[in-house]
Ligand binder design. Structure first.
Ligand code: ADP
Length: 310
């Protein structure tokens, strides 16, 4: 039975039952003939009233349902259009960044050959121009490579698995080995937590947060990084705390956007994509990523992994 009809029938039956039973109970207590006649008229009136309001309720619920269904249908269509245009955009970014790689690689190697083969015939100024062109081409290649990385997030389906954070961190430390020993960084994991997540994506988030904690360290101070994991019934929460330069609250939203950088000086090499990737992954999971920080006071980046994904 449709829910609208069910509501109306329940309302009508319980109303009529109440009128009949309450009257019968009253007459059984009082036992008066005149009152009995009056009560029959009252009962009929009551039944008519309940039936009439039940019908009214029925039409109201039906029209409400119809409007609601129309809204749901138009929202579903909008959702479909949005996800179609979203995946088209992702595909476009993927193709553009993929196809740009080759011409950039060729340009860079041609410039190097030009320098090698005709270097002795060129003036110093020409050498400088070539070096600048090579440098810019390699920066462009790094951008394109990272953009490709960004557009690829989630394109290869990955099943969530049990991940021991201690093991994952060991792998990340090996990848960042040179930077860790150069900066004399001290990295600590609180406890030995296990989470269930897409391993490669989780590694990508933690690597980005960890390498940022090393990169944006307070000058002259060894980085101290603490990773902490906790859980509740709905999600795991992981935090990465550093004693670095910190970020003023006005920039807390901006840094998660594509290509947004606060430290553009060449010694802080980067493309402004690491945190955008981290946010894209947590969005896909249905989780969140945010930070607590202030300039000169270090940063704590938090992200969550929902336990039940829809
Ligand atoms: P990238 O490091 O390549 O510039 P990210 O997206 O990882 O790109 O970070 C965006 C910006 O946020 C960085 O340029 C930097 O200014 C700031 N940032 C990120 N992590 C930290 C941190 N731990 N401490 C201070 N600033 C940070």
């Amino acid at each position: 039975m449709k829910s609208s009809l069910k509501i109306t029938v329940i309302y009508a039956l319980s109303g009529i039952l109440w009128i009949l039973l309450s009257d019968k109970l009253l007459l059984w207590i009082i036992r008066d003939k005149n009152l009995a006649e009056m009560s029959y008229i009252q009962t009929l009136k009551g039944i008519f009233y309940v039936t009439f309001t039940a019908l009214l309720l029925f039409f109201l619920v039906i029209s409400y349902h119809r409007k609601l269904n129309e809204k749901i249908r138009s929202l579903e269509q909008l959702n479909l259009k949005l996800s179609q245009s979203n995946s088209e955009l992702e595909q476009y970014a993927y193709i553009a960044s993929h196809d740009l790689q080759e011409p950039l690689r060729v340009t860079s190697s041609l410039l190097q050959r030009l320098k090698l083969k005709y270097g002795n015939q060129l003036e110093e100024q020409a050498h400088r121009y070539i070096d600048l062109s090579i440098e810019n081409t390699s920066r462009m290649r790094k951008f394109v490579k990272d953009l490709l990385e960004f557009s690829k997030v989630g394109s290869t389906p990955e099943a969530p698995v049990e991940v021991a954070l201690e093991e994952l961190l060991l792998e990340i430390r090996q990848d960042l080995d040179k930077r860790i020993s150069e900066s004399k960084a001290h990295i600590v994991l609180n406890g030995t937590p296990q989470v269930v997540a897409e391993r490669i994506q989780l590694k990508q988030i933690l690597s980005n947060l960890l390498s940022n904690a090393l990169k944006y360290a307070t000058p002259g101070q060894a980085p101290q990084v603490t990773i902490h994991a906790s859980e509740n019934a709905a999600e795991w929460q992981i935090s990465v705390q550093d004693n670095g330069m910190g970020i003023a609250p006005t920039y807390h939203q901006r840094i998660f956007e594509l290509f947004q950088r606060l430290h553009a000086a060449p010694e802080y090499g980067g493309t402004g994509i690491g945190l955008a990737i981290a946010r894209k992954i947590t969005d896909k999971w249905g989780g969140r990523i945010w930070l607590e920080s202030d300039a000169g006071k270090g940063s704590v980046f938090y992200f969550t992994i929902p336990k039940n994904r829809s």
